[in-house]
Design a protein around this ligand. Structure first.
Ligand SMILES: Cc1ncc(COP(=O)(O)O)c(C=O)c1O
Length: 364
């Protein structure tokens, strides 16, 4: 807990990311019931986001492809635009003003729904699979925090992909200077060795339950499973002992510099983005207009295959613009990656990109 943002005092352990999001949503709901405001049940989320595969987590997720089949089973969350500077910042608008404008959408949504009906807002500080490592613009999360505070709404940050040192900070939101009410973490908590997830809970939420019914009305059989917790602890001790948080920042800086050197003038790479060892590349058919490739070409999938053939694993995604159009890849090497391996990653990626006939695919 010593590395948690200010005000976060307790941890609830579970078996993975989706379970953590379910628990966070239910904690938010229970908070309002305990506080005597049972009308607060609406969750505001963002389009082009992913929060997990279980029905509650999928309901607040804005990844259209992952929702599609299950849509009739999902609850009615309210969605605002993501903070996606590369596509949504207007010409002439500086990045801070863009961040403020994007955050102000939350206030519009709250007023539309009625603040007395809104329980929480959830977002990924750095959007992972759906957008390809898109960080919040400077000031965005601070403004979100201020809007949540103004209307008393809980702020949930999903750091399942970007948390636990991946961005070079123990919690990604520390870089944005904000403390949410609830943070979900998973992946890096067990380092891939053990399924484990967690919700980091603020004293505000904890106190509401403690002073109210005194019990959490949610549970899973394997919550706080000792083996999962022991493995999570061992991974965190390793991260601390080898200062992999700083390593993610340093190696991440090197990776970003090398990616920019290799691709910033590449005709089919529109954007290199992300934080720490959590970086993304967006592929475009035309750099100037940012026009995407024809989605029928599934350029992201072709690049994934080419990368595999060059001995490199990338996480591809299609639909970053609107669920259908837009191709990106995500790079998230192990926190233990060496400087030589960083150079190797960029070289293999360069070869893989040159293996895909992008010029030809850009024509139609
Ligand atoms: C941001 C985010 N939230 C939630 C999840 C769901 O986690 P899990 O797959 O462990 O259930 C993921 C998984 O990729 C994720 O990236």
């Amino acid at each position: 807990m010593e590395n948690a943002p200010e005000g976060l005092s307790r941890v609830l352990f579970c078996s993975g990311g989706s379970e953590a999001v379910e628990a966070a949503l239910k904690l938010a709901r229970q908070y309002w019931v305990e506080r005597g405001e049972p009308s607060r049940s609406r969750i505001i989320s963002r389009r082009q986001s992913y929060h997990g595969a279980t029905l509650g987590a999928l309901s607040v997720g804005g990844n259209m492809k992952r929702r599609e089949v299950y849509a009739p089973l999902l609850f009615n969350a309210h969605f605002i635009e993501p903070c996606y500077e590369y596509r949504l910042r207007q010409p002439g608008e500086d990045i801070t003003s863009y961040g403020e404008r994007a955050a102000s959408e939350l206030e519009t949504a709250i007023l539309e729904l009625g603040p007395e009906n809104v329980a929480a807002f959830i977002c990924e500080p750095v959007v992972g699979a759906t957008l390809g490592a898109v960080p919040a613009a400077p000031g965005y999360l601070k403004k979100i925090r201020a809007i949540c505070d103004h209307y008393g709404i809980l702020m949930i940050l999903d750091e399942i992909m970007c948390g636990v040192s991946r961005t070079g900070w123990h919690f990604a939101c520390a870089e944005d200077g904000v403390s949410p009410d609830l943070i979900t973490i998973a992946k890096g908590l067990g380092g891939g060795f053990q399924p484990v997830g967690a919700v980091v809970v603020s004293s505000r939420v904890e106190a509401a339950l403690a002073d109210g019914s005194g019990e959490l009305k949610h549970g899973f059989t394997y919550m706080a499973h000792p083996v999962a917790c022991a493995a999570g602890l061992a991974v965190q001790q390793y991260i601390a002992a080898h200062d992999l948080t700083a390593a993610a920042r340093i190696r991440g800086g090197e990776l970003r510099t090398a990616l920019l050197q290799a691709f910033q003038d590449h005709p089919y790479i529109g954007d290199v983005r992300g934080r720490g060892l959590f970086l993304g590349l967006e592929l475009v058919a035309d750099r100037a207009s940012k026009n995407p490739f024809n989605p029928a070409h599934a350029v992201h999938a072709k690049l994934k295959q080419a990368a595999i053939e060059r001995g490199l694993l990338v996480y591809p995604g299609g639909g970053c613009i609107d669920g259908t159009r837009g191709d990106h890849i995500l790079l998230a090497p192990a926190l233990t990656v060496s400087a030589d391996e960083v150079a190797e990653i960029v070289e293999r990626l360069r070869l893989a990109i040159s293996d895909v006939p992008l010029a030809q695919l850009a024509k139609d």
